[in-house]
Ligand binder design. Structure first.
Ligand SMILES: NC(=O)c1ccc[n+]([C@@H]2O[C@H](COP(=O)([O-])OP(=O)(O)OC[C@H]3O[C@@H](n4cnc5c(N)ncnc54)[C@H](O)[C@@H]3O)[C@@H](O)[C@H]2O)c1
Length: 387
């Protein structure tokens, strides 16, 4: 059975929701490498809206999709709760699977999917693939080339603002899917987003060795149109890497929007402002050493430094309703690797590792906890003049 049409790898999409439109928008960037055999969604109205928009072939069932001759890769774009069953079905049908993140809802689930794939002799990978983007590759190259010397510390923010107060009911995808707020709140912003940063850090610094985290549901009432059981809407974790590098990663849908990623080395700071914009600049600011430099840094903390040249320009334009990431970059890398019988940069071990770290960040209560603080302190009174 050939999985290639000429030079193109045949893929099929399961789940035609909000993100599927973003993936589909990127297909033209991979016309030479990927061929979409068709799509399926178990919601007939959603499937019809999607195929009407894009003109794709609709499969009548998951079984029909999985039986498609020559199909190499199943692209699982269902909501997180459905990732495991769909991935499992595709593995059982002998298909390679690229899943949206998270690979599974727990480390255990992700690991068992990897075992199933290994046993079936198929390959498995998961989003996000922003590490393959121009911005992340520029950042990584700058780190490798010693642009900031020895790296000591990383500060990463993935704060999305108070999403439940935003006008998300008007966030509509190209084929008409409303942004699935209830599902996002129940999955949790850490499970939804941490991978965008953790993947970059793991690529640059190797596997995470230890996680110390706190997570909380700060605003239980998400004011949704239907009852929801939100996951933690805030987490803050410390990730330790070999060589003593520590990364502090904050996720929330409470604090104002801030997606800065700062890599601090002896010689300076590398900064990106939006890790899911492939075209976003990487900036380098040298460590302030002189009295004047330190004064300037104190007075103008927002100064970000010089733009680091990228190895190549971004081959597409995002923004204005178009994705700022090439969502299919990871699928393409995975498909090319399968066709060439080489390891993929997006492999199952990476997906399982990211799932484990993410679970530790969002659900630290499931893992051994640090010792509680035992000393007590009374409430302080404000200064009399401030009462
Ligand atoms: N929404 C975003 O902005 C965004 C961005 C990046 C990544 N993602 C990720 O993409 C994935 C999908 O998110 P979404 O926002 O598109 O969700 P969504 O709810 O809009 O779409 C999911 C679709 O999958 C379908 N589905 C579920 N189970 C199925 C099954 N067994 N067989 C066939 N179809 C099935 C649903 O009917 C639905 O149409 C999630 O993992 C999410 O983390 C979402």
């Amino acid at each position: 059975m050939s999985s290639r049409d000429g030079n193109r790898v045949r893929i099929a999409v399961v789940g035609c929701g909000y993100v599927a439109d973003m993936y589909r928008d990127c297909l033209a960037l991979h016309a030479d490498g990927l061929e979409l055999a068709g799509v399926y969604d178990r919601d007939p109205a959603r499937l019809a809206a999607f195929t009407r928009t894009w003109g794709d072939r609709a499969f009548g069932s998951l079984a029909e999709l999985l039986a498609e001759p020559g199909l190499a890769v199943v692209l699982n774009l269902t909501d997180p709760e459905n990732h495991a069953p769909v991935t499992r079905a595709a593995i059982a049908a002998g298909r390679h699977v690229y899943s949206e993140k998270p690979l599974g809802l727990t480390f255990g689930e992700a690991r068992s999917l990897r075992e199933a794939a290994d046993a079936a002799g198929v390959r498995l990978a998961a989003a996000p693939s922003n590490i393959l983007g121009e911005q992340a590759q520029t950042l990584w190259r700058a780190v490798r080339s010693g642009a900031v010397g020895r790296v000591r510390l990383v500060y990463a923010e993935l704060d999305d603002g108070m999403v439940h107060k935003a006008d998300y009911r008007r966030w509509i995808s190209r084929s008409g899917r409303r942004w699935p707020a209830e599902g996002e709140f129940e999955t949790g912003c850490t499970f939804e987003h941490a991978g965008y940063v953790v993947t970059l850090l793991v690529a640059m610094f190797g596997p995470v060795r230890r996680v110390t985290a706190h997570a909380a549901l700060l605003i239980p009432d998400k004011e949704c149109d239907q009852p929801v059981h939100p996951a933690p809407d805030f987490s803050c974790g410390l990730l330790e890497f070999d060589g003593g590098i520590v990364a502090r990663l904050t996720n929330s849908i409470v604090a104002p929007y801030d997606h800065r990623l700062r890599i601090v080395g002896d010689g300076g700071v590398l900064q990106v402002d939006e890790p899911w914009d492939f075209a976003g600049p990487v900036r380098l600011k040298r460590t302030a050493t002189t009295r004047l430099d330190r004064l300037i840094e104190r007075r103008f903390p927002a100064r970000k430094g010089k733009v680091v040249p990228a190895p190549r320009p971004v081959p597409f334009r995002g923004g204005r309703g178009r994705p700022t990431m090439d969502f299919l970059r990871g699928v393409r890398e995975f498909a090319d690797a399968i066709a060439a019988h080489r390891p993929s940069r997006m492999d199952a071990d990476l997906a399982v590792h990211i799932t484990e770290v993410t679970e530790m960040l969002q659900h630290p209560e499931r893992f051994p906890r640090p010792a509680p603080v035992t000393s007590q302190v009374g409430a302080m009174r404000p200064m009399d003049w401030a009462v």
